[in-house]
Write a protein that binds this ligand. Structure first.
Ligand SMILES: N[C@@H](CCC(=O)N[C@@H](CSCO)C(=O)NCC(=O)O)C(=O)O
Ligand SMILES: [Zn+2]
Ligand SMILES: [Zn+2]
Length: 191
């Protein structure tokens, strides 16, 4: 194997526990210096994301990121160490200033996913989190330097894991975004 999709997928996919109700995430700082985030929910729509904005562990081509309701996310230690990576992005990603790990991403603007936070459950010491459901923004890895000739190998690897690949989000999520856009434009027209 000449590339790592992500450590959680490189040796196969482990199914999560549908009854898991949350847990804690930690940044990569040491011991009591760790930023701690408590989730009161499992994730939904967990997926591999090849975009340049999502946090990836060192050496991995993809992030694994899912969503939880924003009111189920609380920073329970060292909130002072968090900063917003790019305040112009739709998803405001809160990262640790020291180790660079993203603890959560929140949407403040009018958007189909407002009210949902993006989180990486690999930052937890626990198991049972929802397993990835699909791969998104797969072609985006080319923008970060991946050889376009090897994209067939990447897509084949996902397929062998039972994951569909997309170059944006999955069809149900794209439908939600389009529905939101349609509602906004019909509301604007009726004004
Ligand atoms: N080719 C670009 C794509 C970036 C992108 O649009 N990312 C998506 C998915 S992130 C989680 O699935 C997105 O919604 N971004 C909004 C944001 O990041 O604010 C690239 O690679 O950068
Ligand atoms: Zn840290
Ligand atoms: Zn992404």
């Amino acid at each position: 194997m000449s590339f790592s999709i992500h450590p959680l997928l490189d040796n196969g996919l482990t199914k999560g526990d549908p009854n898991k109700a949350g847990g804690k995430l930690y940044c990569h700082c040491q011991g009591s210096a760790r930023v701690e985030v408590t989730l009161a929910s499992n994730t939904a729509h967990n997926h591999a994301c090849g975009c340049s904005k999502c946090w990836k562990p060192k050496g991995a081509l993809f992030s694994i990121v899912g969503v939880v309701p924003s009111d189920k996310v609380s920073v329970t230690a060292h909130e002072d160490k968090l900063h917003i990576v790019d305040s112009s992005a739709v998803i405001q990603r809160y990262a640790c200033k020291e180790c660079g790990v993203h603890l959560y991403g929140r949407i403040e603007v009018d958007h189909a996913f407002k009210g949902l936070d993006f989180v990486n459950t690999e930052l937890s010491e626990e198991t049972g989190w929802q397993e990835p459901q699909f791969a998104a923004f797969v072609s985006s890895i080319i923008e970060q330097g991946f050889d376009p000739e090897k994209m067939g190998d990447i897509r084949q690897r996902f397929r062998s894991l039972g994951l569909e690949t997309y170059d944006c989000l999955s069809p149900p999520l794209m439908d939600l975004i389009a529905t939101h856009t349609a509602k906004k434009s019909s509301a604007a027209k009726s004004k």
